[in-house]
Design a binder for this molecule. Structure first.
Ligand code: MRU
Length: 377
């Protein structure tokens, strides 16, 4: 998407690959919206760390980063012994896969890359295939999100108030985003609407990332406390909910997404508000048979016990390119601990529809329509 950084408006992708240097280039999302910075992990282990510590986050973005990370690791191998190379690639895959457990996009992306790499007859050929396949995954992610926008825009009518949770915007993908794609497409079609961004504690991806994205694109929006949605729904102030997903079960239509999504789906059902989930095909898990089996990431308690922000600065600007110091402050009682599950699972019966690049489906239609949706098993 086009963003204004240090006074210059230009397009960025969340994740790109610098082939001559074998570096991945990432927008450092932990610093947004206060500082815009590109970082460049130089090895697959550094890439895994960037996924783990959430320099890059969001299912599609970590999918593309893992894809490039696999290519990066494969390309760093020296020699021509195919057995040693395979064992090295297995290590790269295992390290990247372990970086974050809930989103299925990294696993789907890396499995596909390994499948096509097997066609290469030499180490050099497989290295070249790995990079081409990673580029293909990243480009497909952009195309999928654009198609999600095309299909989802028809759900948005003039004057609507839309709730979204966490960040399923372009920062969570390579570009465009999933939940935001229908919004950007509706905006391009001249529709006027208003977005409520759940702040999304504990890491505040809604307040920091989604709000920054929407501000950059000129979409009318307000941040709300996570607990405010029920009140606004009860007063008729929310017409539509669109969220993303980190893993959607193709067999059941259950949706894993950022913690708090399930509560919003229950509230939407109570108030008869349509609740949609937007996903590229790489977010579908065709193997798992029940939502209870989705690995839910448990994160550090400090995320719940405190918060990050920047200190005020006389020089600070709205789009935050100059600001004070980034600090963590303890909020909670000093002697208390915390539980911090990062994701939850929304059952199919609470979901009105799943917006995919090939159309909008009811959650229970995914399995019967699996061939259209890319199932190859
Ligand atoms: O912990 P995060 O910030 O990686 O979680 C991201 C979300 O839950 C998004 O809503 C999700 O990835 C769906 S859109 C890719």
């Amino acid at each position: 998407m086009n963003v204004t950084v240090r006074g210059k408006n230009r397009p960025y992708r969340t994740v790109t690959f610098d082939a001559p240097r074998n570096h991945i280039r990432l927008i450092e999302q932990r610093l947004l919206p206060h500082t815009f910075k590109i970082v460049a992990p130089r090895t697959f282990r550094e890439t895994a760390t960037a996924i783990h510590n959430m320099t890059v986050r969001g299912a599609g973005a970590i999918g593309a980063t893992a894809a490039y990370g696999l290519a990066q690791g494969a390309r760093a191998f020296r020699g021509s012994n195919r057995r040693k190379f395979s064992s090295h690639v297995e290590t790269v895959y295992t390290v990247l896969k372990a970086a974050r457990p809930t989103a299925v996009d990294p696993v789907n992306a890396m499995n596909e890359i390994r499948r096509v790499m097997a066609q290469g007859k030499s180490v050099a050929e497989q290295q070249a295939i790995a990079l081409a396949a990673a580029e293909e995954f990243a480009n497909a992610d952009v195309q999928h999100c654009a198609r999600i926008g095309w299909h989802g825009a028809k759900l948005i009518r003039n004057g609507m108030k839309i709730l979204t949770h966490c960040n399923a915007g372009w920062l969570a993908f390579v570009d465009v985003g999933s939940a935001t794609a229908p919004m950007y497409a509706a905006q391009a079609a001249g529709k006027k609407f208003h977005v409520f961004c759940d702040e999304t504690r504990p890491r505040s991806q809604g307040a920091t990332l989604t709000a920054w994205e929407l501000a950059q694109q000129g979409v009318a929006h307000e941040i709300i406390a996570d607990n405010a949605a029920g009140h606004l729904m009860q007063r008729g102030e929310i017409d539509l909910v669109i969220v993303g997903s980190d893993r959607t079960l193709g067999r059941t239509g259950e949706v894993a997404n950022k913690i708090g999504t399930y509560a919003k789906a229950v509230l939407a059902k109570r108030h008869e508000i349509p609740f949609y989930v937007a996903i590229p095909l790489s977010t579908i898990d065709w193997n798992l048979r029940r939502g209870r089996d989705i690995p839910i990431e448990e994160r550090h308690e400090n995320e719940v016990l405190g918060a990050w922000g920047v200190t005020p600065s006389p020089k600070s600007k709205v789009h935050g390119l100059k600001s004070g110091k980034r600090v963590y402050v303890r909020v909670a009682n000093p002697t208390s601990g915390a539980r911090n599950p990062g994701f939850d699972v929304t059952p199919a019966e609470l979901i009105t529809g799943i917006i995919t690049p090939v159309g909008i489906f009811q959650p229970t239609e995914l399995w019967p329509r699996r061939r259209e949706l890319g199932f190859t098993g």
